[in-house]
Design a protein around this ligand. Structure first.
Ligand SMILES: [Zn+2]
Length: 76
């Protein structure tokens, strides 16, 4: 699909470690373990996945929703 990015850089809020990760295009990642400090990251309140909370691009379902203007049917 055009305009959808399937990889993102996650920045750990605990230690600042940055890691390039590939995002699943049709699912959300709810738990993410930091490679720098082993912290187990969870989405912030109101976010559906760790990419939306900590990465430089939101997860693909959210990107699609923004492109089409339709409400996300993400992982709710
Ligand atoms: Zn960390």
């Amino acid at each position: 699909m055009t305009g959808i990015r399937d990889s993102a850089t996650i920045t750990c809020p605990e230690c600042g470690h940055r890691s390039r990760e590939t995002m699943p295009v049709d699912a959300c990642l709810y738990l993410y373990q930091c490679a720098g400090c082993d912290a187990l990251l969870r989405p912030k309140q109101g976010d559906c996945c760790v990419f939306c909370s900590y990465a430089d691009v939101p997860c693909p379902p959210i990107q699609t929703a923004r492109l089409t203007g339709e409400p996300t049917g993400c992982c709710f």
